[in-house]
Design a protein around this ligand. Structure first.
Ligand code: MN
Length: 265
């Protein structure tokens, strides 16, 4: 984990033909928030609260699963040729993990342009700005496009641990070369990164106060014990407890078998 960030899916860049693309049928989540951020293309979200939301680049979808939610994600009927994005999960602290489910779409986020950087603050507080997205523990997430070459400093919260994911191009951080699609853990206590590039590049920085609770992450579920995971899985398979997603043209996802007892980490 990096702060409360507990999962990262970097999807694409992928060329999609007509009638193809992303099709993730209805599936449940508990105990986490999903943070969806697109670099290219579109994704259409539906959930058991009744939200139907198209997301495009520069917009944020944040879904709080809390005690339980179901959603589907798919390429919209009219879509761009490519899709590229990030979906991250944030573990909810024990005090809030049974909260009511919620969904929010933020079409405008704080944006800072300086030193050849185009910085978007996705969640949390940083660079003198505050994201409107609701969070439950001190975390931060940035998407940074480098529009000019050179070296510049980027200040970090010293009480947060951080990680970097390069999504396009090439950069060095404190003279270390970053390779695309590798998540670089930067540790805690860093006050500044020296970021260099020679050509346009793009990367994400995530961070937060170390989470301090052990979680179990299994399939789409975050909990504390094997019994909780098993109960949520059984509820999903029995069509109990979780709501329904309206309008998705396809089957719901089937939970994998839960064979062994799970170890918290
Ligand atoms: Mn999901």
């Amino acid at each position: 984990m990096v702060g409360a960030w507990c999962f990262l899916d970097h999807f694409g860049p992928l060329a999609i033909g007509n009638g193809h693309g992303i099709r993730v049928g209805p599936h449940p989540h508990i105990g986490l928030q999903t943070v969806t951020w697109l670099i290219e293309g579109e994704v259409f979200h539906r959930d058991s609260l009744g939200y139907q939301q198209l997301i495009r680049p520069d917009q944020l979808n944040i879904m709080t699963a809390g005690r339980g939610i179901v959603h589907s994600e798919e390429t919209s009927s009219e879509h761009s040729d490519r899709v590229h994005g990030l979906q991250l999960w944030v573990a909810l602290p024990d005090t809030d993990r049974h909260t009511e489910p919620a969904f929010a779409h933020h079409s405008t986020l704080p944006r800072i342009e300086r030193d050849g950087m185009d910085i978007t603050l996705l969640v949390g507080k940083g660079q003198g700005e505050q994201s409107p997205a609701r969070t439950f523990t001190p975390i931060v997430g940035y998407d940074i496009a480098l529009t000019d070459s050179g070296t510049r400093a980027f200040e970090l919260h010293p009480l947060y641990e951080h990680a970097v994911l390069l999504t396009d191009g090439m950069i060095t951080i404190d003279s270390e070369i970053m390779t695309p699609s590798t998540l670089y853990y930067l540790g805690i206590g860093r006050e500044v990164l020296n970021i260099s590039n020679e050509s346009p590049a793009r990367f994400a920085i995530i961070g937060g106060v170390p989470f301090g609770e052990q979680i179990i992450l299994w399939w789409n579920l975050v909990a504390r014990t094997t019994e909780e995971i098993s109960q949520a899985r059984d509820n999903w398979e029995a069509h109990r407890y979780f709501g329904e997603v309206e309008g998705y043209d396809g089957p719901r996802l089937v939970a994998p078998a839960l064979r062994t007892s799970l170890k918290a980490r």
